[in-house]
Design a protein around this ligand. Structure first.
Ligand code: FEO
Ligand code: CA
Ligand code: CA
Ligand code: CA
Length: 602
């Protein structure tokens, strides 16, 4: 693949080759470092990490496990606020004496503390070439974990379906779980998405009410004991005792990291599903749209549009206005319609005769405040059991909608559809033009253009920008770019843009046999579709978070060493500490050793 000037500005680097090295691999002329690792202290240097002596108290004051979403918010001077999700825990990688059949009280409490979110102030190291380091003890540093209070807000707050023994009002939840990706708002808050919360809730099989058990099943809860057995340590994780507790997860959470006393809000107006991400974009009339995927095979893509308008600035009035934006508005689900005859979508990935997987679409309104547009469902039910609303209105079943990002330059919206091994198999839904491959192993990236380029539009056009995989595989498409000049890419997950308007894509679960990585690709101009691999992550890791500024690229390296048979005693990765150490999920930073901008040639 090409190097240097034969690439778009910002992508002029020599691509990294696919590999299975247990390290971060970056292009020639670039270097990397770790910003913060699982277990690094946030409040007191004495909370030093010791994998053989981890305690719940220490973990509540340390950076959590399995960092996923990563964002930065500006502070004065050279400092920034780093915000990160801690999606889940991998107990057999975290504890030297973990018995999955009999976890100890202390291990469960460490896992509770290692979930959640971190806010940490970072600054460039003194005298170092580049990078960032945490400012331990900064007054803005925060850890949210399974014991931290979150407030339910918006139209469904207080619903009877949200009330529990511990919270008869249905308005205060302890903890946030399985926070995957997210987004940053123009008003300086952080959105974080609760994804696969179903895995924490046991004994759905003991729920006798068929309506309740049907709803639980639609959200992936139908079994007995969970893998982590938290239900043995806190009855709220036992659906036979607390059938409503699971309804208190699966929301988009909004946090004001600038106010260390603020209570995060679970925004019920944005619906409840396995939220992957939440990316805002301002509409032409100044309201805020939030794009959101539900990461499940055959689930849906959504948009929320606020009733109120965004008010720029830091006045008290602006802050009060913006803090209420995500509590009132309309929730929509997407229906994608292809423009080629159905018989031309063969399932092989062969393009139809018009040369493109493309078409039109509509946003189907589901609910607005207390008004439901779904026959047979109340507004509250639509917000709480949003998947059932999507089923009822004929939303398009997608190949696992992961992250979404609007281009800050064009406004076009990009959606990662990561893969769907069941597409077109057995009794599962068949292929359609937006999900055109049977047993889709490698995923696709969809480009959505709102009518009038207005985020408030109720119709759109779309096309598949990338149909991923090995470029030598005829089922792959790179927006028409020469397959000899692109990097192989599989299972797109997280997305971000650089200031040149290039899309950056991180992957999870590379089905081509090499480590996951981060890729840059131009979406406009002569290099549109030229995918170039910028880095690979260590063995067993997923690439998350990506954040690209002019001089640095950041990734969250999630679950290094997560492979079959890997464990604390015998891990398949020793990244980043090396030797015989346990792997530590970490934030990593990459920079150009000559001090130049990212992707400006080497
Ligand atoms: Fe947590 Fe859909 O990835
Ligand atoms: Ca077509
Ligand atoms: Ca993800
Ligand atoms: Ca994924």
């Amino acid at each position: 693949p090409s190097t240097g000037a034969s690439a778009a500005p910002g992508l002029r680097f020599t691509p990294v080759q696919p590999n299975t090295a247990d390290t971060l691999t970056v292009p020639d002329g670039y270097a990397w470092d770790v910003v913060i690792r699982w277990g690094d202290p946030l409040f007191d240097p004495d909370d030093e990490f010791d994998p053989f002596d981890q305690t719940p108290e220490k973990q509540q004051r340390q950076f959590g496990y399995n960092c996923d979403f990563l964002g930065f918010l500006p502070l004065r001077g050279r400092q920034q606020l780093l915000v990160s999700n801690h999606e889940y825990t991998s107990e057999d990688m975290m504890f030297d004496d973990y018995d999955p059949a009999n976890p100890t009280d202390e291990q469960v409490q460490v896992a509770w503390a290692a979930h959640g979110l971190s806010v940490v102030v970072v600054e460039p190291p003194r005298g170092g070439p580049a990078g960032l380091q945490p400012v331990v003890g900064h007054e803005l540093n925060r850890r949210f974990h399974n014991g931290s209070p979150f407030e339910l807000t918006g139209p469904a707050a207080g619903s009877e379906h949200l009330r529990t023994t511990a919270d008869p009002e249905g308005r205060t939840v302890l903890g946030t779980l399985n926070n995957c990706a997210g987004g940053l708002t123009p008003w300086g808050t952080w959105l974080t998405a609760e994804e696969n919360f179903n895995q924490y809730f046991a004994n759905a099989n003991q729920v006798s009410d068929p309506v309740v058990s049907g709803r639980l099943a639609r959200y992936g809860m139908s079994g007995g004991a969970t893998g982590r057995k938290w239900e043995d340590f806190d009855p709220r994780f036992d659906l036979a005792q607390e059938p409503n507790e699971a309804n208190r997860f699966g929301w988009v959470v909004e946090i004001d990291p600038y106010d260390p006393t603020s209570t995060p809000k679970k925004r019920t107006a944005l619906g409840r599903f396995k939220h992957e991400a939440a990316q805002p974009r301002i509409t032409n009339d100044g309201r805020v749209a939030v794009y959101m995927g539900d990461d499940e095979r055959f689930d849906y893509f959504y948009k929320f549009v606020s009733s109120g308008t965004y008010q720029p600035g830091n006045s008290a009035a602006a802050k009060a206005n913006n803090a209420a934006l995500l509590d009132e508005g309309t929730l929509y689900v997407a229906r994608f319609t292809g423009n080629s005859p159905a018989e031309e979508i063969t399932g092989t990935g062969d393009l139809p005769s018009d040369g493109a997987f493309d078409g039109s679409g509509e946003w189907i309104a589901l609910v607005s405040g207390t008004e439901s547009f779904v026959p047979g469902m109340s507004a509250e039910e639509v917000l709480l059991f949003t998947r059932e609303a999507g089923d009822a209105v004929g939303a398009t079943a997608m190949d696992r909608p992961e992250d979404v990002v609007p281009s800050p330059t064009s406004g076009h919206v990009y959606v990662a559809l990561t893969n769907n091994s069941r597409r077109g198999t057995g009794s599962n839904p068949g292929v359609d033009e937006a999900n055109p491959r049977v047993g889709n192993k490698h995923g696709q990236v969809l480009e959505l253009v709102e009518t009038g380029n207005d985020a408030a539009a109720d119709t759109f056009s779309w096309s598949l920008f990338l149909v991923c995989g090995d470029p030598q595989d005829p089922s792959t498409h790179f927006a028409g770019f020469d397959p000899e000049q692109v990097s192989p890419i599989s299972c797109p997950d997280n997305l971000t843009f650089d200031s040149f308007g290039n899309l950056w894509i991180s992957t999870d679960g590379n089905a081509l046999g090499a480590n996951d990585g981060l890729f840059g690709v131009a979406v406009e101009g002569p290099y549109r579709g030229q995918v170039k691999q910028f880095l690979t992550v260590p063995f067993g890791a997923e690439t998350c978070g990506p954040w690209v500024d002019d001089r640095q690229v950041f990734v969250n390296v999630q679950h290094p060493g997560e492979t079959d048979g890997s464990s604390f005693a015998n891990p398949s990765s020793h990244w980043p500490d090396g030797g015989s150490s346990v792997p530590r999920p970490s934030v990593a930073v990459v920079w150009n050793t000559e001090g130049g901008r990212i992707g400006q040639g080497s």
